[in-house]
Design a protein around this ligand. Structure first.
Ligand code: PLP
Length: 343
């Protein structure tokens, strides 16, 4: 048999199944960079696999880390979906051409704040949940040391909280960037940075992830953590002696967001995940896994435990401005120089 005949014979024998299995493999996979707690990430992945048969490879990362990774992989994207975590880094990624535009048929069912993320990113990112920034504190430790629970940003500067506040590094953590941008918007840039300078000696650690301060407060390793308060509610429900508060002066919030990576290898599955993640069934997985955000679909019930945004003194957070690449880079560089380097 000639080489060509041999090839055709093999192709006749294997061709269709080879083709099908290659096709099935291409259709059967999805890589997700997930920005929320590990448990919720895993539960989403299992539910999607069950609903579609698509195999999900998932990695949990903080928002700033995901942005850095997606940027580093831009010429050969490894991930298909970036799901969860504050929306500002996704606005920056949209501007940098790292995300693909996609309009889901489910967009019409979303709250205006979720659609606003879609519009601001020119269709490259969409809101999946919202949550407010605030404090978590250890009630047992406060009682033991006879310290009043913090209610305001100004309380964190009191002598009793020296070395007792934990927050994340805004370069890696979306939570901490929200906190930085919130202080700048609430007090003005100069006073905001002056506040952060005064806060610096109170901080025992700038963690990589925004969830870490909640875990440390729950275990009594720090008195107070700066977090998205839904992460604190999770610790309370897990039985730890903690409570949460939102600052009396006002606070910022996140539009937890989702995007398809530009050049995604599994684009059809990425769209499948995207549409599914906006449904009430998929959004209910949050509450079932002790994640208490406000979901973005108007038909999704808000978990009873979720802090209600209407009850919180929220600033009119300017996502457009604080999500731009220039503003994020400028503020993070100033934070590195003025705050981090002052140790
Ligand atoms: N957990 C939840 C539920 C969140 O919404 C977020 C941020 O959006 C985080 C954790 C922390 O993310 P990061 O580590 O980027 O601060």
């Amino acid at each position: 048999m000639s080489g060509l005949a041999k090839l055709s014979a093999v192709a006749a024998l294997l061709g269709s199944s080879l083709f099908v299995s290659t096709g099935a493999h291409a259709q059967g996979a999805l890589t997700v960079y997930c920005g929320v707690q590990e448990e919720w990430c895993q539960a989403m992945s299992v539910a999607f696999q069950r609903a579609t048969g698509v195999q999900v490879a998932l990695t949990r990362k903080s928002a700033g880390e995901t942005l850095a990774q997606v940027r580093a992989e831009a010429s050969n994207p490894k991930a298909d979906i970036w799901w969860g975590g504050p929306g500002d880094p996704q606005l920056q990624a949209s501007e940098e051409g790292l995300l693909a535009a996609y309009e889901s048929p489910n967009l019409k069912d979303l709250h205006p704040w979720a659609v606003s993320q879609f519009k601001q990113s020119k269709g490259r990112s969409v809101g999946i949940y919202a949550g407010a920034l605030g404090f978590i504190y250890n009630t047992d430790e406060l009682k033991k040391r006879k310290i009043a629970a913090p209610k305001c940003w100004s309380d964190l500067l009191k002598p009793e909280f020296k070395g007792e506040v934990q927050t994340a590094n805004p370069n890696s953590s979306g939570t901490a960037y929200t906190s930085l941008a919130t202080l700048v918007q609430l007090f003005g840039e100069e006073d905001g940075f002056s506040y952060m300078k005064k806060l610096h000696p109170q901080v025992n650690q700038y963690t990589k992830s925004g969830i870490a301060p909640a875990n440390a407060t729950a275990r009594g390793e720090t008195l107070v953590g700066l977090i998205f308060i839904h992460d604190g509610v999770t610790q309370k429900i897990n039985g730890f002696p903690v409570d949460v508060a939102t600052p009396c002066e006002g606070t910022g919030y996140e539009i937890g967001s989702m995007a398809i990576i530009n050049g995604a290898k599994n684009l059809d599955n990425a769209k499948k995940w995207y549409d599914w993640a906006l449904t009430p069934d998929a959004q209910a997985i949050a509450g079932q896994n002790k994640s208490y955000q406000v979901p973005s679909n108007k038909k999704s019930p808000i978990p009873a435990e979720a802090p209600r945004l209407a009850d919180i003194r929220l600033i009119d957070y300017n996502f457009q401005k604080y999500g731009t690449a220039d503003e994020r880079k400028r503020l993070l560089t100033r934070w590195d120089n003025d705050i981090r380097a002052s140790s």
